[in-house]
Design a protein around this ligand. Sequence first.
Ligand code: PLP
Length: 438
Amino acid sequence: MKYLSTGGGHETDLVGAIIQGLAPDGRLYVPEALPQFDPVELKADSIPEIATTLLEPFFSGSALAPSLAEICREALNFPIPLRSLDARDGPVAVLELFHGPTAAFKDVGARFLAASMERALPGLDAHDARPLTILVATSGDTGGAVAAAFHRRPGFRVGVLFPKGQVSPRQQHQLTCWGDNIRSFEVNGSFDDCQALVKGAFGDPAISSTHRLGAANSINVGRLLPQVVYHAAASLWHWREHGGTANFIVPTGNLGNAMACIWARAIGMPIGEIILATNANRTIPDFLATGDWQPHASIQTLASAMDVGDPSNMERLRHLYPALVDLRDRIEAYPVDDEAIRDQIARDYERYGDIWCPHTATGFRVYDELPAASKRDAWIVAATAHPAKFDNIVEAIIGAPVDVPPALAALLERPTHVEPIEADLVALGDSLEAWKYN
Ligand SMILES: *Cc1c(COP(=O)(O)O)cnc(C)c1O
C-alpha cells in the first residue's frame, strides 16, 4: 500500500507516513486506495483480531507488515465495550473508548503509533544511536496518551508541551506524572504557542541537528488506522447480533476519530449514517450547511479537547469526497453549545444514572434531537473520555462524585514533575540541551 499526500506531490510507504507524520508539502497522507471487505466473510471477533485482519492491506509491502499481529496485540490490550442502553427512545448503544491507561480514546492511536514506531526505528538509521525525541504540544488528552504510550520505551524520549493553567487538574496530572524518558514542559503561553514551539523546533537548524526529533501528532496515519478498528468492530458486533447496519454519532474536534469511522464505512463495514457532533466550534457544520469553508480561531468550551476552529483532517475528508453533494450525502454535523452540554449531562444523569464527559455529552445531545422516526434505527454513540477525567466540570453539574476508574486512580497517585518554560524557542532549546542522554 502506498500513502499519498493529499496535496498530490508525495508518496511513501506506511513506515514513511508514520515517521514523517506530515508529508513534505505540509499536507496529510492518505492510503492510495481503500481495501474492500465483506462482513459475511470476516470471522475475527476480538479487537486485536479484527485489527490484524482489517489493517493487513494497509500494512502490505511495508517493513512493519510481519509485525502487524504483534503490534495489534500489544497496543490494543484493553477492553472497548459496546454497551446497549435500555429505556431509551429507540435502540442505542454507547461505544466506550475510555478504558485505556489515560481514560480517553487517544490511548488507542498513541499506543498503536508507539508500538509501530518502536519496530520501525531500527530500520531507519542504524548509525544514529541517539534516541528519537518526540515533541508533542497538547491542550489536554493527547500529551498524556502519548507520554503513557512511550513511557520507558527504549529508543524514545517524549517532551510534552502544555499551556500553563489551561488543562484540567487531572489532565495536568496525567501530563506530568511519568518521569524516566518523559519530560513535561509547562509553557507560559497558550496551546497555539505550544504548537508554534514544536513547529519551531523542527525548523530550527541547531535544535533539529542536535536532537533527533520525531512527531506524534493526531494527524499521523498511524493513529487513524487503529481508530478504524473499533468503529468496524462495533458495527460488526451489532450486525452479527441484530442484523443490519448501525448509525454512528461521533464527538468531533480535529476530525480524527470521525474520519476513522468514515474510513470504516468506506472499507465495507455495516455502518449506515454518520453524524458528527461538534461543540460551539462549528466550522464543520457551517461548512456542510453553506458550502463555505471558514476556519476560525478556536473558542473555549466545556468540551475542551474538541476546541478546534480549523480541523486539519478535513483535508482527508474532502480527498475522499471531493464533491460537496457527495459529502453532504454521506455526512451530517451538528453543533452543541455549552448550555446544551451542561443540560445533557444533568438530564442523562437524572433520567438514567449515566454520567458523560462533556465531549460524549455532545453526542448524546445530537442523539436526543434526532427525529422520532430516525430513532427507530439502531444508533451507536462514541464515548470519547471517562467523566472522571473532567470531574471539575461534571461533579458540579450532577451534584455527585464521579467514581475514578482504577487505571486513572493509579496515575493520580504518582508524583508529578513539571519544568516551567517561557514560550520561546531559546528556552525550549536550552531545556532540551540540559536533558542529558542516558
Ligand atoms: C481528542 C478528543 C476528541 C476529539 O477527537 P478528534 O479526533 O480531534 O475529532 C473528543 N473527545 C475527547 C475526550 C478527546 O480527547
